[in-house]
Design a protein around this ligand. Structure first.
Ligand SMILES: [Zn+2]
Ligand SMILES: [Zn+2]
Length: 173
């Protein structure tokens, strides 16, 4: 969703609140595409501070389905994001490293891009369906939380295999 900020940018010390929401239904990134399972409209507070910059404030709750690191079961992961950002008025060509941004384009504030960036920096290092998730069997792909598999039993330990070779040799003699 895009918000027209002409009013705020051109009126010194003006402050407005707007009800907004994000339009994207999936968080698509280099890590993969993750469905958004829950989102609600939220309030965006925009304040022109002495015609120098605009302060953006918001609190956003969004839930994203992220697969468990071990067993790949989708886990509803809650993000509570508190936005507090400033962008300079007048010069939108400032590069991001120097305080510029990619969410303001002329007189439009792109709420989707703003929140996308916030989700990115809040992305969890690790997602587990439960602390003691047993993961999936590397051999047969069984979800070991739901079932057991026989791979462990049939898979021979190399040392055991050596012993078996010797045993077989004796049998041959
Ligand atoms: Zn798991
Ligand atoms: Zn298995």
């Amino acid at each position: 969703m895009k918000v027209d900020i002409t009013d705020i940018v051109s009126n010194e010390n003006k402050s407005v609140t707007k009800e907004v929401e994000i339009d994207f239904t999936s968080f698509d990134s280099k890590l993969g595409n993750f469905p958004i399972s829950k989102k609600t409209p939220f309030t965006l507070q925009l304040t022109n501070e002495e015609n120098k910059h605009v302060l953006i404030e918001a609190e956003v709750d969004v839930t994203i389905e992220i697969p468990c690191d071990r067993c790949l079961t989708p886990v509803d992961t809650d993000f509570h994001i508190e936005v507090s950002r400033k962008f300079p008025i007048g010069d939108s060509s400032v590069p991001e490293e120097e305080g510029g941004n990619d969410y303001v384009d002329g007189f439009d504030l792109d709420v989707d891009k703003l929140i996308y960036g916030e989700i990115m920096v809040n992305w969890p290092m690790k997602v587990l369906c439960k602390e003691d998730c047993k993961g999936i069997c590397r051999k047969c792909g069984a979800n070991l939380n739901l079932q057991t598999c026989d791979c462990q039993k049939t898979e021979l330990d190399p040392r055991m295999a050596a012993i078996q070779d010797i045993f077989n040799k004796f049998k041959e003699v």
